[in-house]
Design a protein around this ligand. Sequence first.
Ligand SMILES: NC(=O)C[C@H](N)C(=O)O
Length: 654
Amino acid sequence: MADSSANGLTSLARALSQPSLDLIEVNDVSPPRSLQLHPGRRRKLSSCNSIENADLITSPCAAEARVLVINTGGTIGMTLHDDVLAPQANAFVKSLRKLPIVHDETYAQQTRMYEYYGSDTLVLPLSKQNKRIVYTILEYNPLLDSSNMTTDDWGRIGKDIERNYESYDGFVILHGTDTMAYTASALSFMCEHLGKPIILTGSQVPIYEMRNDGRDNLLGALLIAGQFVIPEVCLYFYNKLYRGNRVTKVDAGSFNAFSSPNLPPLATAEVDIAINWDTVWRANTTAKFQVKTELNRNVGLLRLFPGITASTVKAFLQPPMEGVVLETYGSGNAPDNRPDLLEQLKKATDAGVIIINCTQCLRGSVSTSYATGKVLIEAGLIAGGDMTPEAALSKLSYVLAKKELDLEAKKKMMAENLRGEMIADLAGAKLCLSDSRFIQVIAKSLSVSCKEELEAIRDALTPTLACAAAKIGDIEALKALKEMGSNLCLGDYDGRTPLHVAACEGHLKMVQYLLSHGASVHAKDRYGDTPLCNAVRFRRKEVVKLLRKTGAHFSRHELEEAGTEMCSLAANGDMDGLEIWSLAGADLNQPGYDGQTAIQVAQAIGKKDVVAFLLRLMSKKSKKVLGEFNDDDDDDDEEEESGVIQFKATPPAL
Ligand SMILES: NC(=O)C[C@H](N)C(=O)O
């Protein structure tokens, strides 16, 4: 299949459109573990899966997936004792075995399943996708109400997953709902280079009761863990699969107990299970899965409230405290009229305590839009973006335990998005293009091997990346792209150059940078528009001036449009609009599509102020032509302010 003449993208497209012979051969000889059956069980397949040839070891119906269920406790397996709910040991498997919806005893018997997988193994009825999900339950002793769980319990779960990682396709963790968001967040960080689904679930009503949510939650979690390769720590509840480090418990009395305020669900289980693949976190490494169980417990959550005393804050930040999540108001604000409080925060960060700024609001992100937010940056806090306090706390615990990192490296890690737990800077959604390895990484993931292929990909991608950098005014990113050898004059798929984009956004410095690095003012996009025309439409006066100085002028098609555009501005009395067209070099006498000029339109509808304004502009322009104005006094013209108009050019006939 190798074709040395094809470029990387062509090879990729081909590879996707043809079945891989290699893959077929591998399956014939040695099916993936999830499809393997023990020799003694092969003969049983025909009776339960309607397969004619019983010796076939792989068939659509015979596909089995194995899921390990770790039962840590929680309401799902609780019963009433002395009028209170508490976990009931050694009852869960027995009870599930009697429920046909979660266990197919006939299949288990016919395939002698217990002999191979043990007595704590159950099997779901055949799924819509013709899959058998065989699940083994590992019950912890003691089972815990999740309020009793600690970081040691997280470590135990992590280690059990690590130990069994290769034997199962996915993992389901039964857990109490009260601290489930903490455990899910912590596991998301502890599980490094995860490639299989780990799904936490539980219930609000015990599975032993007639009306309960445990059955559906367990079933949904099993079906997803067994059938979809979602390489994330997730939480499944009330028909939705969430990213584990994005959730928070929001309702103690509803089946719909969790919310993921800043990220839509990864999947919804309605009539069909629909996976939102665009949102699913993609592994970006080839490193092997491992679980880091070292966690730092010297961390804490401190919620601001009006009137909090400096001594409370001081006491909280004392050693051995090493990391704190400060839950602030709104978009990350704290009183900026409380030097006593800010002093304590600054002292702590100076002493090496990492403090993360998270909002008390359910939804939204911290920013520095307010003075009351900026003071916290000055006090040395790290912006937590849109992280939940649960995620921020467990991330701190995980990062602080990394002995190989110094304080600066830990702080840097806290500000980074490690497992999709945050968007670091919502306002800019900054691209990290300053890392010149960016293109190489993309190339590597497309299996590009030769220089020509790499260049083809670079040329296809860099104009778009440069436009994205221009949009957010990121000059550093542009510099990095230039270093890679990309041409900043090139347009994207629509012929739009970085200069077009920067002109629209009004990023003057970026426009300056581009102009001094070879960008052309005459570039036209697929609609025939120049950067100058873009700057006019978005009323970027300073950019218009700079472009004009550099020799920009309207294209023929823009000039034709200018007449109509100015007539419409005149009709609307939009003098700012008229002024910017004039500044950009449009001829104010340019007729519109019906032959009328802007001044005639204004006159016809009685807009005297517009007529006067246009006459003034024309007069100013003609003075300029006669050399009576210097180029830079466009704005602060005294004559303009006094309202005195002196005609030196002939006013147009009305
Ligand atoms: N619904 C539940 O699971 C609540 C229980 N208290 C727990 O977190 O273990």
